[in-house]
Write a protein that binds this ligand. Sequence first.
Ligand code: M6R
Length: 329
Amino acid sequence: METTFKKLIKEKIPERIIITGCGTSWHAGLIGKYIIEDILKIPVEVEYASELRYRKPVLNKKTILIAISQSGETADTIGVIRELKGKCKIYSICNVEKSTIARESDFVLFTQAGPEIGVASTKSFTSQILILYLFSLSFLFKKGELKKEIFYKRCYEVLKVKEKMESFFQKNNIEEIADILINKTNALYLGKGINFPVALEGALKLKEVSYIHAEGYPSAEMKHGPIALIDENMPVIFICMEDRHLKKVISNMEEVKTRKGYIISICDFISDEIKRLSNKILSVPHIENEYLKPLLSSLPLQLLAYYVAKKKGLDVDKPRNLAKSVTVE
Ligand code: M6R
């Protein structure tokens, strides 16, 4: 990994980035947009591979494409790479070393998450986020805007996340919350800023393995439609982390509470307000660095989907109609 990042800082700093992928990898790309634009101040667009491959994006040599894929064999993502090859530099973030995407890219950042057996993408999601963060730090360092000591400090924080994840696995109340969801037919996942794509990913996980219809939305966007769905039968899962958006998210929780929605809060900070508004709280370890928060907030969402599916007697590793890699269009 260290050598890859040493090689990366020899690369030219791009002026514009297009990120592409499908499903969970696309969600990681959305998180990457927040991180890269915030840290590097480089404009980032995130595109579904299945759409981008049939468009004619405006590109130049200062644009790079980052294709994200766990398997490295997703047909639509390969389609984009083949379409754009030679028109801009192709980077990929990939988990499988001997894969088509790794082979056909100009530069590969391997997630090294280990083989993923279950169809639902889990550890590769968190690893993709981590790589996007390290990508941003590496280029910031290259730009001369990050001192070596701070770079090392940031890397140390990343190592700390592992301990926090382990402590979360040892103690949590997810099974109790899964019991609430098993008889539901719908769920709404809401988050703001970097937590919006986390909400999308939480909803995808629940749909995929437990067959409960779930939607992810930016929390403030709820009042432009989904609010009509809210009543005492609608579980609303808020990703409510201590960050610059907390106040706004709490006001969205108030709106749901007023309509008698059943609020499950995933938070790394519990205030009296959050206690008053939430029917259930799922607390995750706190980390100061906001770019690393999705690594912690996505864990309970993955586990929640897992327990709901297990309690419904479903095969968590092999959900119906899905394949581990989608090699057809
Ligand atoms: O292997 P990839 O990351 O390219 O796969 C992309 C999607 O097919 C994949 O993330 C899919 O959405 C997962 N089943 C989600 O858990």
